[in-house]
Design a protein around this ligand. Structure first.
Ligand code: URP
Ligand code: ZN
Ligand code: ZN
Length: 460
């Protein structure tokens, strides 16, 4: 089916102009003023912004974690993402220690295949790097199109790998054209502090925060930067939260190094005072925890300085009943919070509308850089002839309020309940199909495609 979008203000990472867009099949065919082309459907986008579809490269759907599963499955999670203007997500496969990467991929496919509404890909989390795992890296990259490998420097005893494994993995991944992403916090220090607080009967959510001080993240970020410097493997720090960690990355630039940095919407907007709300603080128990207002300032500045390239969510929702697993012990609260639907609107409202970032920067960090860093550009992440027709038509002036009563995520609270937002996603197009319009989802599960990704350049 063909589609003509008329008179929208088109924003990409480096352009801002008013034009028409002609879409035929799954891709954009033409971009220009007053296009005189007949289409099966026409949408008037006058007064609206038109962005490339958002890409959230950090989500956890239907993920087994801390004795339960994250509460959005591939259908509910990717549909909620579409409602919020995110047309593609990258989810995480977790290798089971002792098992192969292939068996983890098979397991994750059994939950995701034919269940996604929006497009998706996977990072492969390597939790056990050994001689067998080593042989699987090339196949993941070249045959499966999974070109990024996640590592955990924390979650000791569950997901954490040591530096010996990290270096070996980096050498292998570099050789085959992949990238390492990392949860960079010092797992041993955190393990010690959790045990100490539990022994002292300090068990409320506040102690989750106090068990992961800034230094645990700064130290691990620096160590990760050192290891990528030594091996030459492209590196990407996920969910970076604080000044100390960003300074480690900044320092690495002094020896001409580039480490990619992702922060998440919550670290830009929320702070650790939420942990003082007794058990309600469990809504924001995530790792790393929320930080301080000075860290928010560092992250906004980091975006404008080009040190932070991506704003993601680390969407990992748990219903309240699941959060209650840690009612008497913070270390048993499933870690994570819901945001997949809120990222694009919150970043627009708090970033662009309030004058902290430009419109082009907004598209860069929410759409374009994830596509570039993870090997999907220019198929995804931009508006140009030949690119997938993944588009968001956005009203920059509409005001609304976020609430669990109106969101589409499968979770019974909102981390942003009552938050006033300026700017609303009106229509979303995914590979040429109108997916969201007038508050309704018009495509079914199974429409979402697994996107095989290219080798990464390590440069953007
Ligand atoms: O709290 C979090 N972040 N949960 C998801 C797992 C992870 O560390 O990304
Ligand atoms: Zn993490
Ligand atoms: Zn995560």
């Amino acid at each position: 089916m063909s589609l003509l979008i008329k008179n929208g203000r088109i924003i990409t990472a480096d352009a801002d102009f008013t034009a028409d867009l002609f879409v035929d099949g799954e891709t954009i065919q033409a971009v220009g003023r007053n296009l005189n082309i007949k289409a099966a459907r026409e949408i008037d986008a006058s007064g609206k912004l038109v962005f490339p579809g958002g890409i959230d490269p950090h989500v956890h759907l239907d993920m087994p974690f801390m004795g339960t599963f994250s509460s959005d499955n591939y259908e509910t999670g990717t549909r909620a993402a579409l409602f919020g203007g995110t047309t593609m997500v990258i989810d995480f496969i977790l290798q089971k220690q002792g098992n192969s990467l292939q068996s983890a991929l098979d397991e994750w496919r059994s939950r995701s295949d034919n269940n996604c509404v929006g497009d998706y890909s996977f990072h492969m989390a390597v939790t056990d790097f050994n001689d067998n795992t080593r042989t699987e890296i090339k196949k993941m990259i070249e045959q499966e199109g999974i070109t990024s490998f996640k590592t955990f420097m924390a979650y000791k005893g569950a997901l954490m790998i040591d530096d010996r494994q990290m270096i070996g993995l980096m050498e292998e991944v570099k050789q085959h054209g992949g990238l390492i992403n990392v949860h960079a916090t010092n797992g041993d220090m955190i393990d010690y502090l959790v045990a100490k607080h539990r022994a002292e009967k300090k068990l409320s959510p506040l102690y989750h925060y106090l068990s992961q001080p800034e230094i645990t993240e700064a130290e691990a970020s620096e160590r990760f930067a050192d290891m990528t410097y030594y091996t030459g493997c492209p590196g990407y720090i996920v969910h970076l939260t604080c000044e100390g960690a960003l300074n480690a990355v900044r320092n690495a630039t002094r020896r001409n190094q580039k480490v990619f940095v992702e922060t998440c919407i919550q670290y830009l907007l929320l702070d650790a005072s939420l942990y003082e709300k007794d058990f309600e603080g469990a809504k924001w128990v995530m790792s790393p925890p929320l930080r301080e207002p000075k860290d928010q300032a560092t992250l906004w500045a980091g975006i404008n300085q080009g040190l932070v390239q991506v704003v993601a969510t680390d969407h990992c929702p748990f219903k309240w009943e699941q959060k209650l697993m840690g009612k008497d012990d913070f270390s048993k609260i499933p870690n994570g919070h819901p945001a997949i639907e809120n990222r694009m609107e919150l970043l627009y409202s708090e970033g662009v509308h309030k004058g902290k970032i430009s419109l082009n920067k907004y598209v860069e960090v929410a759409c374009t850089n994830p596509a570039k860093i993870f090997g999907m550009f220019p198929r995804k992440g931009t508006i140009a002839p030949g690119s997938d027709a993944d588009l968001v038509i956005f009203d920059p002036n509409e005001q609304h309020t976020l609430s669990a009563a109106t969101h589409h995520m499968n979770v019974d609270y909102s981390a942003y309940e009552g938050w006033p937002v300026t700017g609303k996603v009106k229509t979303v197009v995914l590979r040429g199909q109108v997916a969201i319009d007038n508050g309704k989802c018009l495509i079914e599960k199974g429409y979402g495609k697994f996107i095989k990704r290219n080798k990464v350049a390590g440069k953007i």
